[in-house]
Design a binder for this molecule. Structure first.
Ligand SMILES: Nc1ncnc2c1ncn2[C@@H]1O[C@H](COP(=O)(O)OP(=O)(O)OP(=O)(O)O)[C@@H](O)[C@H]1O
Ligand SMILES: [Mg+2]
Length: 262
């Protein structure tokens, strides 16, 4: 379904005399229908850049992004906003503040993609269904982001992402901003939704625990390059690269409650 080949992103330098930043260099992978791939790496390794490229929010410097064989990398972010594919690939941002606009109620935030991407005019039933899907109480729909807890905001963001019935969700650090107990609930929710709707996930995270729970395959990145990729169980149990070993050795061993595959 998704096939990324030789993807490269260079950001122009910021400020005077600043050198350009090679954020991503020659990244390739594939992702099948219903599959979940973890993108694991330390801060600055290029994970969010990769996610933004796949969601067509920024332009690649080189490489191809094929979705059902179509090179969506060649579609500019401006045109992609109006493309049918926009419905199929949805991005959930690292920062809840980026997902939700302060002046929009939860209802308006969920209704927006229903109107804009799905062309619906009567959205109420769908907004309620989506709130139910993410276990967000309907009483909360009239609230603004600042009147919601972190977990509730995360649910609104996910409902918004689901509104267009996407085939691929790009989840950029979906739980990084949440308390540990809330993290577990949101991860469970995401896991359940994937089973229910059969979507594919690209899960961007620096948290090995998230990969262990959510992803069948993992790709480890460092300095914009792929250092290792494979089945999660194999890679986590027996990393082949020096960097993979270092990264995994730095994780405290928690008794992770494993979720079954959806
Ligand atoms: N708009 C931009 N302009 C210039 N450089 C950027 C821009 N966005 C990101 N970078 C740089 O590109 C590199 C990769 O950044 P990216 O945000 O993709 O990393 P990340 O792995 O998501 O990190 P984190 O875990 O901290 O979110 C970093 O060196 C970053 O400073
Ligand atoms: Mg990031």
């Amino acid at each position: 379904m998704l096939s990324v080949a030789g993807l490269k992103k260079i950001y122009p330098g910021r400020g005077w005399k600043a050198a350009p930043v090679v954020a991503l260099d020659d990244v390739s992978f594939t992702l099948g229908p219903g599959e979940s791939l973890g993108i694991l790496g330390e801060s600055g390794s290029g994970k969010s850049t990769l996610g933004r490229l796949v969601s067509r929010l920024i332009e690649p410097t080189a490489g191809r992004i094929l979705f059902d064989g179509e090179d969506i990398g060649a579609i500019s972010p401006q045109s992609f906003v109006h493309a049918t594919r926009r419905r199929e690939i949805q991005h959930i941002f690292q920062d809840a503040a980026e997902n939700l606009t302060p002046h929009m109620t939860a209802y308006a935030a969920i209704a927006d993609p229903l109107r804009r991407l799905m062309g619906l005019s009567d959205v109420e039933t769908r907004v309620h269904e989506l709130a139910d899907s993410v276990a967000l109480s309907r009483d909360l729909l009239h609230r603004y982001p600042h009147q919601l807890s972190g977990g509730q905001k995360a649910r609104v963001g996910i409902a918004r992402g689901l509104a267009s019935q996407p085939r691929l969700l790009v989840l950029d650090e979906p739980t990084a901003a949440l308390d540990v107990s809330v993290q577990a609930a949101i991860l469970k929710l995401l896991h359940r939704l994937r089973g229910e709707f059969g979507m594919s996930y690209l899960v961007i995270t620096h948290d090995v625990g998230v990969v262990r729970l959510m992803c069948e395959r993992v790709l480890i990145m460092r300095h914009g390059r792929v250092v290792e990729t494979g089945e999660t169980a194999h890679v986590l149990a027996n990393p082949q690269s020096d960097y993979g070993r270092t990264l995994l050795a730095s994780v405290p061993k928690l008794p992770a409650g494993k979720l079954s595959r959806p």
